[in-house]
Design a protein around this ligand. Structure first.
Ligand code: RP5
Length: 181
């Protein structure tokens, strides 16, 4: 694995708060090569203290794992799934077809078509099978959207989200103020 540039302790893994709480968010991706993009979603969940799990699940290379993961996700306690994929990006849609949970799709930027292939593959879902699709490569927003899904029933998490939004506003105001000085 190391020879291929893949860190052996990276996937699959769990994390978020350093205890044994079961993961609430599942972060999956079609390939280990998606991890540099998907890591941004991991960072958001860490920042908000949300327990998560991360794994590679490929719609095309590991279809049985895809079915097992999707069918078991809700019973295992997951509440949101973030799925990143590139190119013929069928992973988020297939997961959404097999789970009642909200699925957030992350189109991975590709070298051939800049991720427009990924975006269109993920966003053009048929009526009845929703995937909440974020911008190409924007796994940060996928993480934030997952936190917002969880906020509805968790006042503590909602407070953290409001603090995050206030920090963003203050950062913009600070820059504006300095530019006008
Ligand atoms: C997709 O194919 C993956 O999500 C990835 O973005 C893309 C390329 O995968 P690798 O050939 O780099 O493993 O299924």
């Amino acid at each position: 694995l190391r020879a291929e540039g893949i860190s052996e302790d990276v996937l699959p893994r769990r994390g978020g708060i350093g205890d044994a709480r079961p993961p609430l968010v599942g972060i999956i991706m079609g390939s280990h090569s998606d991890l540099p993009t998907m890591q941004d979603a991991v960072e958001v969940l860490r920042e908000f203290g949300v327990p998560y799990e991360v794994d590679v699940v490929s719609a095309h290379r590991t279809p049985e794992k895809l079915v097992a993961y999707s069918r078991s996700a809700s019973d295992r306690g997951l509440q949101v799934i973030i799925a990143g994929a590139g190119g013929a990006a069928h992973l988020p849609g297939m997961v959404a077809a097999m789970t009642p949970l909200p699925v957030i799709g992350v189109p991975i930027k590709t070298s051939t078509l800049n991720g427009q292939d990924s975006l269109l593959s993920i966003v053009q879902m048929p009526r009845g099978v929703p995937v909440a699709t974020v911008a190409i490569g924007n796994a940060t927003n996928a993480g934030l959207l997952a936190v917002r899904c969880l906020c509805a029933s968790r006042p503590g998490l909602r407070d953290k989200m409001e603090a995050y939004q206030l920090n963003m506003k203050n950062a913009v105001d600070d820059v504006s103020r300095r530019l006008l000085e």
